[in-house]
Design a protein around this ligand. Structure first.
Ligand code: ARG
Length: 461
């Protein structure tokens, strides 16, 4: 076939079944703008090496510009017999600049170093988009925290009431992992910042091309140092896929709280009409579909990572066609996160909290028992005994069907003479929260400092 990138040694063209299997333009066309950028940089390197005249380089560059416009406006699309984005764009160049010029550009490069470069360019751009969307979500969580400086929530472990905490403290506990995800993206970007262009098929080029020039034109700060590694390694793709999966997992944990909070039984938060859905049969329903899709899509994001790692496992050096399978998983992660993140941000930003209901639930389940035990410790009781005494106090309250502060002074003293009426100071959720002044604790002044620190770090990430 005329558009094929090889043929000299083949007597027959590819079978239809092979061509159908081989074709990747339905997904790798997303890389077309990056392929064209790579071609422009490569033309400059060929010209600098004396392999293209200045006029030829200008003609190729102009043709590539026109092709780029047609890719952008959708008037150029791959033909059915184009194998991949590289083949399709070479055909376009030949059509635009003629077979003589169009045929010169392929010197000194291979689809192997091209594709390894293009995937980095693509991921670099989308990492920025995703990073901004994660920042918006961090901002939404921080704004909700700021808007509720005093609200108290029943903090849970094992989903059981554990100790009262500030709602703001809890919301920021969802923001911190996202700030670390931003940090991971930044860290990834430093490792991804090396151009494989010039690695050729695997052994590098013999044409005296300036790989640094290409790297610099493509916005990389350096080139890879080993052409085999440059064409065969995909850890840079896998690492991106991990960060994307981690963001998905972090969103799913936040989503689970929103789902729980918006149930009738818990009722801590109400969903905004524009960020929730109804039922086709039950007129009263208001469903947290965004949160459920976030929870569900985490599975898909993790699956993409798992699939990619499984493809990479055990591959011999250098390039193998298996590597073509690196793209769809990360393309899927990118499109998933780019629609999911803005929806989750809107969901969080418009949540309305029922702070009275949360505060009323906070002391339930004897969640102030630890405060009693720690009060006893401050009064000089060893913690082992304090734990024992407080356990007996809980049992006494439970037997009487009351809360800890429902017991009389006499009933408390009967449990232990150390339990003087002074203990009532710590038997309020406000007192409990205010007492947790340790560095990372839930006391209001600590949470205020924490919010400022988070905002600073999110800006810096
Ligand atoms: N389309 C391939 C990929 O996505 C790049 C082409 C390399 N093909 C080859 N036979 N060496 O990885």
């Amino acid at each position: 076939n005329a558009g094929s990138l090889w043929g000299g040694r083949f007597a027959e063209g590819p079978s239809d079944a092979l061509a159908a299997l081989s074709r990747s333009t339905h997904f790798d066309w997303a890389l077309a703008p990056y392929d064209l950028a790579g071609s422009r940089a490569h033309a400059a390197a060929l010209a600098a090496a004396g392999l293209l005249t200045a006029e030829d380089e200008a003609a190729i560059t102009a043709a590539l510009e026109r092709i780029g416009e047609r890719v952008a406006d959708g008037s150029l699309t791959p033909a059915p017999d184009d194998e991949d984005v590289h083949a399709a764009l070479e055909q376009a160049l030949i059509a635009e600049a003629g077979p003589e010029l169009g045929g010169r550009l392929r010197a000194g490069r291979s689809r192997n170093d091209q594709i390894a470069t293009l995937i980095r360019l693509y991921l670099r751009d989308h990492a920025r988009v995703i990073g901004l969307a994660v920042t918006d979500l961090v901002d939404a969580l921080a704004s909700q925290a700021e808007a509720h400086p005093e609200a108290i929530l029943p903090g849970r472990t094992h989903l059981q009431h554990a100790q009262p905490v500030l709602l703001a403290h809890h919301l920021l506990a969802h923001a911190w992992p996202l700030v670390r995800d931003l940090d991971r993206l930044g860290d990834w970007a430093r490792r991804a910042d090396a151009s494989p262009y010039g690695s050729g098929a695997l052994a590098g080029s013999s044409l005296g091309l300036d790989d640094d020039l290409v790297a610099q034109r493509l916005g990389f700060s350096r080139t890879v140092e080993n052409s085999i590694d440059g064409t065969a390694a995909r850890d840079v793709v896998a690492e991106f896929a991990f960060v994307a999966a981690m963001i998905g997992v972090d969103l799913s944990r936040l989503a689970e709280d929103v789902i729980l909070w918006s149930t009738r039984d818990v009722g801590f938060a109400r969903l905004h009409d524009s960020w929730s859905t109804g039922s086709s049969i039950m007129p009263q329903k208001k469903n947290p579909d965004i949160a459920e899709l976030a929870r569900g899509k985490a599975g898909r994001l993790v699956g993409d990572l798992t699939g990619l790692l499984t493809t990479l496992k055990g591959l011999p050096l250098a390039y193998n066609r298996d590597l073509q399978e690196d793209k769809e998983p990360v393309f899927d992660q990118v499109s998933t996160l780019e629609v999911l993140l803005p929806a989750v941000t809107g969901l969080v930003a418009t949540l309305r909290f029922d702070v009275e209901r949360m505060a009323a639930s906070a002391p339930e389940g004897f969640s102030l028992a630890t405060d009693v035990a720690e009060w006893l410790v401050r009064e000089g009781t060893p913690f082992r005994d304090a734990h024992e005494i407080t356990g007996a106090l809980v049992a006494a309250a439970e037997a009487r069907g009351t809360d800890l502060d429902g017991l009389t002074d006499e009933e408390m003293a009967a449990v232990s003479p150390s339990l003087t009426p002074e203990v009532r100071r710590v038997l309020t959720v406000e007192g409990s929260v205010a007492s947790r002044t340790g560095r990372s604790g839930t006391a209001p002044e600590r949470v205020r400092e924490q919010l400022a620190s988070l905002t600073r770090q999110a800006r810096a990430a």
